[in-house]
Design a protein around this ligand. Structure first.
Ligand code: HSE
Length: 343
């Protein structure tokens, strides 16, 4: 399977670590043999149609800041759009930073990948938050697959749980902690009494926060995930502008203490129950949704199966990269099944 990787930050590099360390298991257990034929970062592109040496790419990236500095395979003048137009591959992985103003550059990268017949795995929430219905239609029109597990819940299979494990049932309502950074900040403030800024700095160091951390703090990151869950899982058609959003910027230590005295915790909760909302709310510490640190938790209410909660680490490079690997395997299975049906 030939892959073009666009974006070589925390997630992209974690993914190449997984490819390197799990190469034999992936081949033996899943018949999965990824060949990364191009990597694009902010400095340009490295291309090798026979498959790039990922160890070498990591070294160049660390030393020079861009894979385009590789003296044999690097092309500083080639950007994502030209690589997608000119390099043959079955899959594009879009792992550039989330931009919720216009979804770029991810949105154009995804459209070009579709137009050139490539399946897409994205960890970038911006294009989905802005144009979810359009992108799913476009994928269908071009007869390619779009997968995005890593956009919600990091490595925790929140989307698959609702889509596959609860298939056939009807999810009527959901509530969740969907942002690791804010959960980490609120937990540190409550339990260790550290200041908001100190907790935020440590979330950034640990690689949880978005490039622009206001996305996390002001609830926009949670809102993008609510858009993805609403559209993909609950068949609702809405985008980011339809979500009522407030974040945790103004939460004071005193408010956290008052909640604690009542046996409750303040958490940033995204909900779909009527109008989609994101807001800090008090929840009882015994509620399964009340998880700490960088954990995410989502409770789905479904018509027949009732209340289900899924919990797991919601952010981080290797966690999100594991979701990408899941998506790649899912595409592989889908393509294999299609071939069987055609025979
Ligand atoms: N900044 C996000 C979070 C990363 O903290 O949850 C995962 O989407």
């Amino acid at each position: 399977m030939r892959i073009i990787l666009i974006g070589y930050g925390v997630v992209g590099q974690s993914l190449s670590n997984i490819f390197l360390s799990r190469r034999l298991e992936n081949l033996r257990n899943y018949g999965f043999n990824p060949k990364v034929v191009a990597i694009t970062d902010r400095g340009g592109t490295a291309i090798n149609c026979k498959g790039l040496d990922l160890k070498r790419m990591q070294k160049v990236k660390i030393k020079e800041g861009t894979v385009a500095a590789d003296n044999e395979f690097g092309h500083p003048q080639i950007d994502a759009q030209s690589v997608l137009q000119s390099v043959e591959a079955e899959i594009m992985i879009e792992a550039t930073s989330t931009n919720i103003t216009n979804g770029e550059p991810g949105l154009s990268n995804i459209k070009t990948a579709f137009n050139t017949g490539k399946h897409v795995v994205t960890t970038n929430k911006g294009p989905l938050a802005i144009a979810f219905p359009t992108l799913t239609e476009l994928a269908e029109h071009n007869k390619v697959l779009l997968r995005f597990s890593g956009t919600v819940g990091g490595g925790t299979p929140i989307l698959e749980f609702a889509k596959k494990c609860l298939a056939g049932d009807k999810i009527t309502e959901m509530h969740g902690i969907l942002n690791g950074t804010t959960n980490y900040i609120l937990t540190e403030m409550t339990e260790k009494r550290v200041t908001f800024n100190k907790a935020l700095k440590s979330a950034q160091t640990l690689g949880y926060a978005e490039t622009d951390p206001t996305m996390d703090i002001d609830g926009l990151d949670t809102a993008t995930k609510i858009v993805i869950i609403g559209n993909w899982i609950m068949n609702k058609k809405f985008t980011l502008k339809d979500v009522a959003i407030s974040g945790i910027r103004d939460i004071k230590l005193g408010e956290l203490d008052t909640a604690s005295k009542k046996g409750k915790r303040i958490k940033l909760i995204g909900s779909i129950n009527g109008k989609p909302t994101v807001a800090p709310k008090e929840i009882h510490k015994n509620n399964p949704l009340c998880v700490s640190d960088v954990l995410n938790a989502v409770t789905f209410f479904s018509e027949y199966a009732g209340r289900q909660t899924i919990i797991g680490r919601g952010a981080g490079g290797s966690e999100t990269a594991s979701a990408v690997l899941r998506d790649l395997l899912d595409i592989k299975y889908n393509l294999a099944n299609k071939m069987i049906m055609l025979e």
